[in-house]
Design a protein around this ligand. Structure first.
Ligand code: ATP
Ligand code: MN
Length: 476
């Protein structure tokens, strides 16, 4: 007889059939009821042990975390809270778990504490729910783009181009750091390094995706990206995953339409495929928020928030209009913003939150930003001041997507690179896309963890990636 997974057990008719199940003990009550979990579902299976039939020595070894093999009969549950239970015939301890040494107990632990034991936290219902949804979203992203005929491109993780300007980069080297080769003039001699030049971990796969879009029309990347930015926020990681579609013959509107359709598809996928997890996370959030002051609580419970997002069109406004709204707001007049609102500024988190959570109360797409605060490759508008950029802002998250229509006109691109001190020599390969059969094109980057944050209602980005990397933190 083979082991049956708990997710399958729960769908079987409870007609006394004999089964083998294996898993880890979540709780053991009254020396009689074991809640067993094997990770195939967030539900536990109730195992009933008749303590008269088992030795005290064996029963004493059953604690939260103990792994068990159970052979028993599946019957309709006598108690409340579950449909099925198994009456154990044999109980075999696969691995003991010492209750005084095991950090996870059958009580609520704080997320901060669980972050310190990230090697064990996947064993909790909260993290089981989060990482099951994360897994589903990764699958759904491929499904969404594959259904549309997009080609999945693996962009390189190590890159020599530091021109993207998206963030601080991690250097990649094989030099012995206590004895770095120097040139006669005292500079680091990168020609002696592994790649013969200075190299970094990628901050974005966009430039490579653009090369691929000039051959396949529609492509996407989905891979890890790295930013050595020293921002200790609940929305930034040093290592995160990004999805970067790039489409030839798309303008900014096509780009926004695709991004909005994608986000709605992914949110709907979560609701449709993870109802148990979503319900669990919603309840968790409600319990947690009871401890917060009224004004810090989210306005909508998780499920309602996700449904609202699917059902309503995202608001689309220009940067100029956004600044106008912020300037006119009573919030600004009462001097409640910490940072000055003025045309030309980079919108701060407080401004984004005001627009999304107070003014519109739904996702907002802001377009046509000042060129000074955006990357060199964005398409320049007629006004000479703004570029065809678009950022999508989500409630509670802030920026979830950043994208643009790209500058396909070589003269304008070269001029902008010069102004921004970006070497046309180093970037010759990128410029060749504009030289050889250039076409209008557009694309965007979706931060995968920010999406998972939104879909799970988790406040801190470190709680939606199994092993977070952030400044001064690279454990496990
Ligand atoms: P932010 O202003 O929030 O730092 P950004 O403007 O640097 O974002 P982009 O360079 O446009 O972001 O990257 C595209 C997307 O990647 C962002 O919309 C966001 O969802 C995600 N992202 C950016 N930086 C990080 C980070 N450090 N950790 C996790 N996700 C990130
Ligand atoms: Mn950033």
């Amino acid at each position: 007889m083979k082991r049956t997974k708990i997710c399958d057990v729960l769908t079987l008719p409870s007609n006394q059939q004999e089964l083998i199940v294996m898993g880890w003990v979540r709780t053991f009550r009254n020396n009689q009821f074991i809640a067993l979990n094997d990770g195939s579902t967030i539900q536990n299976l109730q195992i009933v042990v008749d303590f008269n039939r088992f030795s005290e020595e064996l029963l004493k070894k059953i604690h939260t975390g103990t792994s068990l093999k159970i052979v028993g009969k599946l019957i309709p549950s006598q108690g409340k809270g579950q449909t099925h239970e198994i009456i154990a015939n044999t109980v075999e301890i696969l691995g003991e778990c010492h209750p005084e040494q095991y950090p996870l107990q059958a009580k609520k632990h704080s997320l901060e504490f669980l972050r310190e034991i990230a090697h064990l936290r996947m064993r909790t219902s909260t993290f089981q729910s989060v990482f099951r949804i994360r897994n589903g979203l990764a699958y759904a992203i491929h499904q969404f783009f594959q259904n549309k005929g997009f080609i999945y491109i693996h962009s390189p993780v190590i890159t020599a181009s530091d021109a993207e300007g998206a963030g601080e980069m991690f250097q990649v080297t094989t030099f012995n750091l206590s004895n770095v080769p120097k040139t006669n003039s005292g500079k680091v001699s990168f020609s002696d390094d592994f790649f013969g030049k200075s190299t970094y971990l990628t901050v974005s796969g966009q430039l490579e995706a653009e090369l691929a879009a000039m051959a396949f029309s529609n492509v996407y990347t989905f891979g890890p990206t790295f930013r050595a930015e020293n921002s200790n926020t609940p929305r930034h990681l040093a290592e995160f995953w990004m999805i970067e579609p790039e489409m030839a013959f798309y303008d900014l509107t096509d780009n926004m339409d695709l991004a909005e359709e994608m986000l709605k598809y992914l949110i709907k996928y979560t609701l449709d495929n993870y109802p148990d997890e979503i319900r669990f996370l919603e309840q968790r959030q409600i319990d947690e928020e009871k401890q917060k002051p009224q004004n810090e609580r989210s306005t909508m419970p998780l499920i309602e928030k996700l449904q609202f997002c699917i059902q309503n069109p995202f608001e689309r406004i220009t940067y100029t209009k956004a600044i106008e709204i912020l300037e006119k707001s009573t919030y600004n007049q009462k001097k409640k913003f910490q940072f000055l609102v003025k045309w030309g500024i980079d919108l701060q988190t407080e401004h984004e939150r005001y627009l999304v959570e107070k003014e519109f109360n739904k996702p907002v797409i802001i377009t046509d930003y000042p060129k000074e605060i955006k990357a060199f490759y964005m398409r320049q508008n007629e006004d000479g001041k703004t570029v065809k950029a678009m950022d999508i802002l989500f409630p509670g998250i802030g920026e979830i997507v950043g994208g643009s229509q790209r500058e396909e006109r070589i003269e304008l691109l070269e001029k902008r690179m010069k102004e921004m001190n970006i070497s046309a020599n180093d970037m010759y390969w990128y410029l060749e896309t504009r030289r050889f059969g250039t076409v209008p094109h557009a694309g965007f980057g979706l931060g995968f963890e920010r999406l998972v944050q939104f879909c799970t209602g988790m406040n801190n980005i470190r709680d939606v990636i199994p092993f977070p990397r952030s400044p001064k933190n690279c454990e496990f």
